[in-house]
Design a protein around this ligand. Structure first.
Ligand code: NDP
Length: 305
């Protein structure tokens, strides 16, 4: 393969690569990638490449690729990605937590969130950051006209996405966060990860929401219940105070049982597509130091259906 950055020499982005392909990678142009295992379902190459195409001639030679990398090979993989001139990397399941121990440096907010979804190339290795918190914050603003600052927020779930959201809420000076989860264990882990009990964070069992929930709040589903089309809702919204705005991080299927009930009850509601786009746009802005066309990313998602 030629080492020039002519368009003809750029490897196709609409296929999945692996570490063997990376060892033989001779493309010298600016490359970006998402790493996951599995990864074939990822929509990230579509949205990033569509945005790069719109960002002007200086990004004409940039490409974003998908790599299938098992978690036990993440460390050695990152060394190779760095050698091969990859400017930035997104991490998805199962790499977000493992990255904390293999990236050269971790930004303090990502450390608090306990997960890294974005790696930014530096001379000595990659700096790990987390743009999921930014993604949810912007999604709530755009879709539900809701600021985190001063807000009361109910989060369903206590896994990685919930933890990033709790940290974002606290960083944004929310009024209070209630976190409900099925397993008690993960709630304890979440509180532990925040450095112990925090007056701004209360927890409750998902099956028994407290009677004392605030009358007006944002409810966010950060459980994976709803990913399968026949999944029940993680909560019965008729048992919550009526003045709720509901955000479901799940975007496929586009309308979960939770969202269907919210609409039936007349509550403003939105799915997780906007979070997906805003976290992606933030990563791309870190890598390119340029304004990212968010609408082009939304359009690319619509076109991929
Ligand atoms: P994790 O695996 O870290 O956490 C999963 C959470 O879901 C846990 O709290 C778990 O509770 C709960 N859960 C799983 N099954 C059930 C069930 N049957 N009933 C009740 N609770 C259940 O996943 P993530 O935090 O990474 O992701 C959570 C969701 O957010 C996923 O649906 C993911 O697709 C979505 N997401 C969307 C993003 C976007 O850009 N839109 C970005 C990131 C995530 P327990 O502790 O009891 O097992």
């Amino acid at each position: 393969m030629s080492s020039s950055v002519s368009t003809a020499s750029i490897p196709p982005w609409n296929r999945v690569y692996n570490l063997q392909d990376l060892e033989n990678w001779s493309f010298k142009g600016p490359s970006l990638a998402v790493l996951g295992h599995p990864i074939a379902h990822s929509l990230s190459p579509q949205i990033h490449n569509a945005a790069l195409q719109q960002m002007g001639p200086q990004f004409a030679g940039w490409r974003y690729f998908a790599f299938d990398v098992p978690v036990e090979h993440l460390g050695e993989g990152l060394t190779l990605f760095h050698q091969k001139n990859f400017q930035g990397i997104n991490l998805t399941i199962p790499h977000k937590v493992e990255a904390l121990s293999v990236a050269a440096d971790i930004d303090p907010v990502a450390k608090k969130m306990g997960a890294v979804n974005t790696l930014i190339r530096q001379e000595q290795g990659y700096l790990g950051r987390n743009t999921d918190g930014f993604g949810i914050q912007n999604a709530l603003l755009e879709e539900l006209s809701s600021e985190l600052s001063g807000a009361d927020i109910i989060i369903l779930g206590a896994g990685g996405a919930a933890r990033a959201t709790v940290v974002q809420c606290l960083e944004s000076n929310c009024n209070k966060v209630w976190v409900g989860n099925r397993s008690e264990e993960r709630l304890s882990e979440l509180i532990h990860s925040l450095g112990g009990e925090n007056p701004k964070v209360s927890t409750f069992p998902l099956s028994a929401p407290p009677k004392s929930l605030p009358t007006s709040s944002i409810l966010i589903n950060a459980t994976s219940l709803g990913l399968r089309p026949d999944d029940p809702s993680p909560a019965d919204l008729s048992t919550f105070p009526r003045n709720l705005r509901v955000y479901d991080m799940i975007y496929n299927p586009p309308e979960t049982a939770l969202l269907a009930q919210a609409r039936k009850l007349g509550m403003p509601a939105a799915n997780g597509l906007s979070m997906l786009v805003h976290q992606a746009a933030k990563s791309l802005s870190y890598w390119t130091d340029s304004k990212v066309p968010v609408n082009t990313m939304f359009q690319a998602l619509a076109d991929s259906k």
